[in-house]
Design a protein around this ligand. Sequence first.
Ligand code: SAM
Length: 253
Amino acid sequence: MSNSTSEHEEPRSFTDVAPYYDELMRQVPYRMWVGYYLLLLSHQDVRPTSILDVCCGTGTMCEFLTEEGYEMAGVDLSAEMIRVAKKKAGRNRHVIQYEVGDAAEFEMGRQFDAALSFFDSLNNILEEERLQGAFHQIAKHIKPGGSFIFDVNTAFAFETDLFDQDNLNKASSLRYQWRGDWNPETQIITVTMNFWKNGQEFQEIHRQRAYPDAMIRAMLERAGFTQIRAFHSYTLNPPRHQSDRIHYCTIKA
Ligand SMILES: C[S@@+](CC[C@H](N)C(=O)[O-])C[C@H]1O[C@@H](n2cnc3c(N)ncnc32)[C@H](O)[C@@H]1O
């Protein structure tokens, strides 16, 4: 993968890494996230039957929420991530509608009671117009009165080297080294991710943009969302200066 794209261009990412994504994310507390999501839904007083996961990746949230009794669907830009998600659903005998699509343009052909987007997925959208497009598309897919809950990384997270991580332990079958390069002017971080697996080396470049709270709120309102609330992640407290992740809860008008 080349790093020659301009900073605002979204690189082709979540491709070579897709088969190893779940292994890499083994420590991620998805079960806790599901509990927190259900808490936020009850805080909104919304009781969905059908839920759409936007940027669903390999479908881990979809799997857990299916087990909770929800009718799940997921959309993701990466065909490779969706391939893994479909395989998992098949293995678990779960019926989940998965589509490959760009959050800013996707079409599922139906509306849902709720939508979610977790794990700072929307930060991967680097242009304001495209994030606005994603909010419009998501709103279009939610019934009036339905819920949209998502999280974002903040500029604080990027300033404090959130993405500088490695596992270079020789005993691990999958080794990696990630380094973030933060540009405070563009508010974009470029993360170079090197992986070593079974003697093979591969690289992915990921970029994320931090969006200020006021901009996110204005975009949500323009897309037809109301009752916007933001929380310091995994709490019901308001965000603080040092929040590295924020969860937004909003209702489709
Ligand atoms: C960090 S992963 C999170 C995946 C999943 N939400 C989870 O919690 O495991 C980010 C995901 O966002 C997807 N993504 C990035 N840009 C996207 C876009 N414009 N439209 C749809 N999906 C996108 C990537 O392909 C990737 O699967």
